[in-house]
Design a binder for this molecule. Structure first.
Ligand code: SAM
Length: 326
C-alpha cells in the first residue's frame, strides 16, 4: 500500500550526516565504531538493530566466531554508553551456520549484554512463513529479538501496542469482578511471539512477513527487516522526539519506522549503496510515495481455490512418499 499523507513540511525531512542534538534525521556512511564516538553519553532512548550475522553476505567478511563476537562486543560497549538510563536495546539476530552446525547467536549475545549488566526483558520470537528449505535439518522460520534495558527504571508503553482479544466478550466468572468483562478494552498483550498479524481475532500471534521479493518494502538489501517490526518496538519503548539509533541500518527500515512516529533517528551503515537507498526511502516517505506494509495489516490467507494452493497434476499419480516411509 502507498502511504499518501505528507506528515510534515519538507524541511522536516532534512538529512544530516553528523551528530548534533538539533538534527532530527542523521544518516552516516562509515564504520559504526568510529561514528559512535561522536555521540555523547546517554542520548539515545532506543537502539534497534540487526547486526551482521557473520554469514559472509555481500557486506561482511566471515570471521572465526570468537573474533566476530569480540568485534561486536567492542561496539556494544559504545552503544551502552550512548543509551539513556531508561532506554532499551532491541537486538534482532538469527543463527550463524558453520559446516551444517547451528550456532544460535542470541545465546552468545546474551552473555555479552549480561556482562555489562543489561537486563533482558523479553526474548521475542519473530516468526515468518518463508525461507530456505533445508534438507538436513528442519527449515528455520524464526529469528529472535533480545530486548534489554539498561536499568530497572525503563519506558514500556504496553497500551500503545495492544492487539484485539480473541474473545473480547469474555466475563469474569468469580471474584469481585464477577460478571464484568475480564479483558482490557484496549486489547491484550501481544506476547513474545510475533507472527504475521493474519487475523488478530483468531490468532494470538503477531507475525511480520520477512522482507522477500513480493513484499512492498523490498529493496536490493539481502537482509532487510520489516518497518513494522521496528514500529512495534519504537511505540512501546520510546516517546515522541526521542532518539532512535540503528548502528547497522542497511536500507533504513528502523529509520523509516522512527520518522513515521515522529522520533529523531540516527542510522549508520558502511555501504554507500544502502545509504543511498535509505536516503531515497526517506525522501519517498516525506513525499507520501514510500511503499510500506501498514502496521498490523492482515496477511494474505490462501482460500485453497488459487492454482498455487492446489496439488500439481503431476504429483497426483506419484506413490505417496509418506506411505513409503511408514
Ligand atoms: C543485517 S543488515 C541490517 C539490515 C537493516 N536492518 C535493514 O532493514 O535494512 C546489517 C548491515 O550492517 C552493515 N554493516 C556491517 N558492518 C558494519 C560496520 N562495521 N559499520 C557499519 N555498518 C556495518 C551492512 O552493510 C548491512 O547493511
Amino acid at each position: 500500500m502507498i502511504q499518501k499523507k505528507i506528515i510534515e513540511p519538507p524541511e522536516f525531512g532534512k538529512i544530516s550526516t553528523e551528530f548534533n542534538i538539533n538534527n532530527r534525521i542523521i544518516l552516516h556512511r562509515g564504520q559504526s565504531k568510529e561514528f559512535l564516538k561522536t555521540i555523547p553519553d546517554k542520548q539515545i532512548r532506543l537502539i534497534i538493530t540487526s547486526p551482521p550475522y557473520n554469514l559472509g553476505k555481500d557486506y561482511e567478511i566471515e570471521l572465526e566466531l570468537a573474533e566476530y563476537l569480540n568485534k561486536q562486543e567492542k561496539i556494544i560497549q559504545d552503544l551502552i554508553r550512548t543509551l539513556a538510563d531508561d532506554g532499551s536495546i532491541c537486538w534482532e539476530i538469527g543463527n550463524y551456520i558453520k559446516d551444517g552446525e547451528v550456532y544460535p547467536l542470541d545465546f552468545y549475545f546474551y552473555k555479552i549484554f549480561k556482562k555489562y549488566n543489561l537486563k533482558l526483558r523479553n526474548r521475542i520470537i519473530w516468526h515468518f512463513g518463508h525461507g530456505l528449505h533445508c534438507q538436513n535439518r528442519f527449515s528455520g522460520r524464526y529469528e529472535t529479538i533480545l530486548w534489554f534495558t539498561k536499568t530497572d527504571n525503563y519506558i514500556f508503553y504496553l497500551d500503545k501496542v495492544r492487539v484485539p482479544q480473541k474473545y473480547p466478550g469474555k466475563r469474569a466468572y468469580k471474584g469481585p469482578n464477577k460478571g464484568k468483562p475480564s479483558g482490557d478494552p484496549l486489547g491484550k498483550n501481544p506476547s513474545d511471539v510475533w507472527k504475521i498479524l493474519f487475523d488478530d481475532w483468531n490468532s494470538a500471534f503477531w507475525e511480520f512477513p520477512n522482507v522477500k521479493s513480493n513484499h512492498p518494502e523490498k529493496t536490493i538489501h539481502p537482509c532487510q527487516f520489516p518497518v513494522e517490526l521496528a514500529e512495534r518496538c519504537i511505540l512501546a519503548l520510546t516517546n515522541e522526539n526521542d532518539y532512535i539509533l540503528d548502528p547497522y541500518c542497511g536500507v533504513g527500515s528502523s529509520l523509516i519506522a522512527g520518522i513515521k512516529h515522529n522520533r529523531k533517528v540516527i542510522g549508520v551503515d558502511k555501504e554507500i549503496e544502502y545509504i543511498n537507498i535509505t536516503k531515497t526511502r526517506i525522501k519517498q516517505f516525506f513525499q507520501g510515495k514510500l511503499k510500506v506494509r501498514p502496521l498490523g495489516k492482515k496477511l494474505h490467507q490462501p482460500t485453497g481455490r488459487e492454482k498455487i494452493s492446489q496439488i500439481p497434476e503431476e504429483w497426483k499419480n506419484l506413490k505417496d512418499r509418506r506411505n513409503k516411509r511408514n
